[in-house]
Design a protein around this ligand. Sequence first.
Ligand code: MTE
Ligand code: HPA
Ligand code: MOS
Length: 768
Amino acid sequence: MADASRSPLHQPLLHESGLRHTSGEARYVDDLPAPHGLLVAQVVPSPLAHGKLRSLDVSAALKVPGVVAVLSAKDVPALNDVGAVVHDEELFAFDTVRFLGQALALVVGASYEACRAGVKAVKVDVEPLPAIVTLDDAIAKGSFLSKDHRLTRGDPAAALAKAPVRFQGEVRTGAQDHFYLETQCTLAVPDEGPSLRLYSSTQHPSEVQAIVAHVLGWGRHQIAVEVPRMGGGFGGKETQAAPYAAMASLAAVKTGRPVKVWLNRDQDMLWTGKRHPFLTRFDVGFTKDGQLLALEAELFSDGGFSMDLSRAILERALFHIDNGYFIPDVRVTGHVAKTNLPSNTAFRGFGGPQGMAVIEDIMSRAAERLGLDPVELRRKNLYGAAPRDVTPYWQEVRDCRLERIFGELLASSDYERRAKAVATFNAAHQHAKRGLALTPVKFGISFTTSFLNQAGALVIVYSDGTVQVNHGGTEMGQGLHTKMLAVCAHELGVLPERVRVMTTATDKVPNTSATAASSGSDLNGFAVKQAAETIRERLRPVAARLLDVTPDDVRFGGGLVSSVARPDRKLPFEKVTHEAYLAQVSLSATGYYRTPDIHFDRATGRGKPFHYFAYGAAVTEVEVSGLTGEHRLRRVDILHDVGASLVPSIDLGQIEGAFVQGWGWLTCEEVRVDDKGFLRTHSPDTYKVPACGDVPLDFRVSLLANAAQDTTIHGSKAVGEPPFMLALSVVAALRQAVGAFGKGGEVPLTMPCTPEALLFAIERTRAG
Ligand code: MTE
Ligand code: HPA
Ligand code: MOS
């Protein structure tokens, strides 16, 4: 066994790259030393959102000094497609252009200046076709990528007909740019064979490898993809690194030289997909005292021009329409609209936030209409004991922790006293109003595409006792490598300083899933654990011989191998590894894990798609100015369930960051596309992301205590996405503050709650 008392697990740890991040030494793909003969590239973008590509004349571009090659659809040797799930996404547009900015060609040259001059010299003739650039227009015209996804339980039509309180409405949520600090980037280096090594900023190296193989008509064994680290991904690099990696690869093979494709900020914002905007129409029934009876909802998402991950994202929205609430009778239907916009994609929460925003808006509206305390209304609808424990997809909610979290958080946030203080403040102030709200989060953990829930690892111990860990996950700042380091150090009983997590590479750990669905540490953690255990158990007999004890008396911990019965007998770990090497014992091992017992049947809408649920809740206090519509987060209290945290310092950072990113989506980030399909908000001067000055003035984040989870890695729970949705408490609090400007009734506030939207809502509320 490993010695738990000396384990780095469940202790605060510095992020494994924290010092390098802050000193600037951390290398991202674009920072790698330029290989000999490096070429760079620029994309030739479509000038229109929709049209027939009549001609593409690159001859003048080829004459520009410094331009080495210009590649388009006809230069693709095998498959001109980079679709992740279905083949509906051309690498280069061939005869039709489908969004403004779609790649028509790639100019490759010695410098960005030469490439840009080359792009200008390309002559493009596109015959305009009618374009659909809004979700509403797509719905009106019946333009869809995927239709009629459905979950049903009970008889909602009958239950609605009988409901004492029934109302209908619409909820809209907006797009969101990922705004990762590092934009899309891949460096492709050709080698003999032929073969390629890619350095890519991707959450999904195995998919990049597979797509590049398709485009080139190669076997995957000819391609290795390496991910040093990402400067953020947030879902935006789950599928959308692949097109640029494919362009770099194609150019590297054509020119025989290393090629880097990197997007600048404006290009990245203009051409890559965002969080899906959603429109939902609902019909809901309650009792007079606020018990939820039935819900029918129809969800529409804007998928953009191609499928990408839209189907799974829509599905996760349907899976999260309940959030933490039991809905006795329910039917939810969903459709993915097709527009002439970049293909929308994964973004933290993966549709979950869009689904949960609907039910939280419904809960707020019900409280406003019925004149009930919104906390009590929410609380009485939480999942509980049978029969109130079944989701709309028929998975049982065992071990719902929301009632416990509500109780602890209401007490620790001093909710009751502060609610009174807010009422007093509001009575005394005409031009400023406060709101105080609590909302829960329940988020399903697992890829809903069940087979993706697998991971591998390769652990290497050198004879000097130092360790390299390879696993299938990628590091994007979320701290996965730090957690894997702690898991490995724990199993081998070595000090964390003696362990190094290597860059992710498809030739170390193959056939990996994306690092996504918050499952990176759940899946890779077990794989690393298994590999490290295998090596430790090989070392055990060697150590027993050296210590002259029985093998089951040997304990590994704190860099030492010792006897449990005779603690004076101990050896440094490196003594044991050295002896094991001399004794011809293998010091490397792989590990593998798949999540047991999850399944979902799309045809019937039933199953157990999630291994477990992550829970949390936030109490948020806001103050809104009735003069400017601006607001401040006065205080935010979060209690979040990460099980027995693998590394609490990392988890706290994830929760804080996710909340602030969610606040950005819901309040200040507004994506505006004009009637030509051109993104007007394509740089930070027009697109406002949260800054340090926006974080809550008083921010209190706690991890739920005594919360170890069964059947997860060391009792921990996934943390990456769930706390994003805690930001829905801001909207609930803003609705209260806006309501306080008027005399009651439903508050007409829409998301994102920008100052403009708030002012508009305040005016309407004041007018009654
Ligand atoms: N945290 C940072 N700092 N940067 C990121 O890009 N991505 C989020 C989350 N936290 C992200 C992040 C998303 S969308 C996911 S799915 C998870 O991290 C992925 O990592 P994990 O599975 O290791 O939690
Ligand atoms: N989450 C994130 N990414 C995914 C999922 C999911 O549920 N399914 C497929 N890709
Ligand atoms: Mo996260 S949206 O699953 O990459």
